[in-house]
Design a protein. Structure first.
Length: 365
């Protein structure tokens, strides 16, 4: 057995200590040590459950593009990812995802792709955000056809749509996670489906009914009842005060990028969802006013959480552990004996030194 080892400050969601990790594709042993490389911080690999692109590549452009964008995020520490679709026709979605199941099965220990997040097309046309105007009524046939070519892990849906209840029940029966998003649902509608079900929330605060004191909507339901919710932490989509508020209210809040293809690219003009997007100063805008998806990766997300005064352990929980728990990925999101050796090694400034995917160093020195 060809064991590797790394030493430094080991940080999990619930503790941290100095020690050494021995691993192959799994973590074999962890030993506490007093005298180790104090400049190294070792954390679980980042997990991003909502990502449209990166490095110039777009989920909707087919398998090769999906693999390239996932590799971009892997090089930046994301060892588990759900490529995320845009609202589009069945034909276009099928073309985009065709071959993904075969690729994942063939590259189980060489890829960071876990499955797919369908963000639409079953969303409210009045809460599109940067989504294309190609919404559809909830449709079980759409889901079944996509399942033939790609493993669906998460579906974002507006629960107020006619027929949504039947689709939600169908998805839950297939162990597919359901999230409320791009929705104008009222509080009662949300709570009705959240009772007795683990229902997530898509990019909390963005593209949803809010927390009006007389007409509470998705935000109020999430803050009062959600166990899990995703949130964009680029510090443009959501103010830091509301990130902290959500963290206090939602036990297993986790960060996502919602990254678009311009993530990792120079400032300039880009196409996204058939729209012209201007990327500048860390954000992407449509017509100079409307935020598109983010241009942040999970590493930058982690650093932002530290910047706005989250503890290291809290930042780890929000960038790996809670997302792993949500997807029932029982061997990811934590540095523990028997877990996958998906690891990120940071320096004292939280810049990446090394990334390991199932024990193999990514872009080895």
């Amino acid at each position: 057995m060809n064991l590797k080892s790394i030493a430094g400050k080991i940080v999990n969601y619930n503790n941290s200590f100095f020690g050494e990790i021995s691993f192959d594709n799994k973590i074999i042993d962890i030993s506490k040590k007093k005298f180790v490389d104090n400049d190294s911080i070792i954390i679980p690999g980042f997990i991003d459950l909502h990502c449209h692109g990166g490095g110039g590549f777009d989920t909707m452009n087919g398998l090769e593009s999906i693999v390239e964008m996932s590799n971009y995020h892997l090089a930046n520490g994301t060892t588990s990812i759900l490529p995320t679709t845009l609202t589009d026709t069945l034909d276009n979605t099928f073309k985009a995802l065709n071959g993904l199941s075969k690729f994942i099965n063939k590259n189980k220990f060489n890829s960071n792709i876990l499955g797919v997040h369908l963000e639409g097309p079953f969303i409210n046309s009045k809460k599109l955000g940067a989504q294309p105007p190609k919404t559809q009524k909830p449709n079980i046939e759409f889901i079944e056809k996509i399942l033939k070519i790609a493993p669906i892990s998460v579906v974002t849906i507006a629960p107020e749509l006619k027929g949504a209840n039947y689709l939600i029940e169908h998805l839950i029966n297939k162990n597919i996670k359901v999230q409320i998003g791009h929705s104008l649902a009222d509080y009662k509608c949300c709570v009705k489906i959240m009772n007795n079900n683990t229902i997530g929330i898509t990019h909390l605060f963005n593209a949803m009914s809010g927390s009006d004191h007389r007409n509470p909507g998705v935000v109020s339901a999430a803050l009062n009842h959600a166990e899990y919710a995703e949130i964009i932490c680029d510090l443009y989509h959501v103010d830091q005060a509301n990130i902290h508020l959500a963290h206090k209210c939602i036990p297993k809040l986790y960060a996502i990028t919602d990254a678009m293809p311009a993530c990792g690219m120079p400032d300039g003009k880009y196409d996204f969802a058939n729209l012209k997007v201007d990327k500048f100063e860390g954000r992407a805008l449509i017509n100079g006013t409307t935020l598109a998806g983010s241009v942040i990766n999970m590493h930058k997300t982690f650093k932002n959480l530290i910047k706005i005064n989250f503890a290291l352990e809290q930042a780890v929980a929000m960038t790996s552990f809670h997302a792993a728990k949500y997807l029932n990925e029982i061997y990811k999101g934590k540095i523990e004996k028997g877990f996958d050796a998906n690891l990120v090694v940071l320096d004292k400034h939280y810049d990446i030194k090394k990334v390991y995917l199932y024990g193999q160093q990514v872009n080895p020195e």
